[in-house]
Design a protein around this ligand. Structure first.
Ligand SMILES: C[S@@+](CC[C@H](N)C(=O)[O-])C[C@H]1O[C@@H](n2cnc3c(N)ncnc32)[C@H](O)[C@@H]1O
Length: 285
C-alpha cells in the first residue's frame, strides 16, 4: 500500500535540484539529432497544483521554487529550468509546478520517446489524464504504465535507439528502496552499460541514507557524478530531510562545470542556515 503522494512536496528544494538537473541532461541529449528514450521509473502525477489540495498543506514550494521565482541574477542553466516552470504559470503567479514527466515531454523532440511508470493508482490516473491533455503528438510518443518501475526498467532496457536517459526517483518511504535502487542500477548497467542514469536520494539521519552515495560509487559504471544540496543543519531530533542528492552514472562531461557555477547560487538562495552547503564530486571516464 503506497501512502506517499508527491503533491505534498512538489516544488520543494529537492525538486528544484532534481528538475534543474533533468533539464540540463535532456538538453545535452538533444544536442545530437539521433533519437533517445527518456525512462522515468517513479513518474508521479506529472503536474501539481500549488494553490489548492495537498500542496497547500505543507507549502514546501515556498522555500523551493518560490525562492527562485523573483530572482533576476540566476546563472543561465538555472534560468532555463525556471523558465519552463513559468510556461505553466503564464500570468506570472506561481500556481502550478511541473513534475519530471511534464518537463521531459516539453523538451523531447518528435523522434524521442517517453516510458513512464507510476505504481500509485491515483497518481497514475492523474498522469494519464495530464498526458492526454497535452494532445495526440505527445501521447503518440509516450507510454504510461501503472506498474512497478523497477520491473519496467528491466523490460525496456536497452532502448531501441541505444541512447537513453533514466530517472530513478523513489520516495524512499519504503526503506527497501535503498537496496532495491542499487540492485536495479547494477542490473541496468548489464543490460545497457552506456545509458545515463540519474538517481535521486534524500539526506536523512538514517544510516542507509547516509551510506547510499558510498555504495553507489562501487557500481561498475565507467563514470559518475554526485551532487548534493543540504539546505540546513540536521535537526536535533533526527527527523526531517535536510537536503537531497543526485547520483548520475555516465553523466555528460560538461555537467561538472555547469554545477560548479550553479550550486553556490542554489546554496545562497535555498539555504536556510549556516550549515547550507553542496558537495560535488565525480569519477571521470
Ligand atoms: C518522488 S515521487 C516521483 C516524482 C517525480 N519523479 C517528479 O520528479 O515529478 C515517487 C513516486 O513513485 C511512486 N512509486 C513508489 N513505488 C513505485 C514503484 N515501485 N514503481 C513505480 N512507482 C512507484 C510513488 O507513488 C510516487 O508517485
Amino acid at each position: 500500500m503506497l501512502s506517499y503522494r508527491h503533491a505534498f512536496h512538489a516544488g520543494n528544494h529537492a525538486d528544484v535540484l532534481k528538475h534543474f538537473l533533468l533539464v540540463e541532461l535532456i538538453r545535452y541529449f538533444s544536442q545530437k539529432e539521433t533519437p533517445f528514450w527518456y525512462i522515468d521509473t517513479h513518474a508521479g502525477a506529472g503536474v501539481y497544483a500549488l494553490d489548492s489540495g495537498y500542496a497547500t498543506k505543507l507549502s514546501e514550494h515556498i522555500d523551493g521554487i518560490g525562492r527562485l521565482w523573483s530572482c533576476k541574477d540566476m546563472p543561465a542553466p538555472l534560468a532555463e529550468y525556471v523558465n519552463l516552470v513559468r510556461e505553466l504559470n503564464p500570468d506570472g503567479k506561481l500556481r502550478a509546478y511541473p513534475g519530471s514527466p511534464w518537463i521531459a515531454q516539453r523538451l523531447l523532440r518528435p523522434q524521442d520517446r517517453l516510458r513512464l511508470f507510476e505504481l500509485h493508482s491515483s497518481d497514475s490516473a492523474l498522469l494519464l489524464d495530464n498526458f492526454r491533455a497535452l494532445g495526440s503528438a505527445v501521447e503518440r510518443r509516450t507510454i504510461v504504465a501503472p506498474t512497478d518501475g523497477y520491473a519496467g526498467l528491466k523490460a525496456v532496457l536497452p532502448p531501441l535507439p541505444r541512447r537513453g536517459l533514466v530517472l530513478i526517483d523513489p520516495s524512499f518511504e519504503d526503506k527497501s528502496d535503498y537496496g532495491t535502487v542499487q540492485v536495479a542500477l547494477k542490473d541496468a548497467l548489464t543490460r545497457f552499460a552506456t545509458g545515463t542514469y540519474m538517481l535521486w536520494y534524500p539526506q536523512l539521519s538514517r544510516a542507509d541514507s547516509q551510506r547510499l552515495p558510498a555504495m553507489l560509487k562501487t557500481l561498475p559504471a565507467k563514470s559518475w557524478l554526485h551532487v548534493s544540496l543540504s539546505v540546513n543543519a540536521p535537526a536535533e531530533d533526527g527527523f526531517g530531510m535536510r537536503g537531497s542528492g543526485l547520483f548520475i552514472l555516465n553523466p555528460p562531461w560538461t555537467l561538472h562545470k555547469t554545477l560548479q557555477e550553479v550550486m553556490p547560487y542554489l546554496v545562497k538562495v535555498l539555504g536556510r542556515d549556516s550549515a547550507a552547503r553542496f558537495v560535488l564530486e565525480q569519477k571521470e571516464n
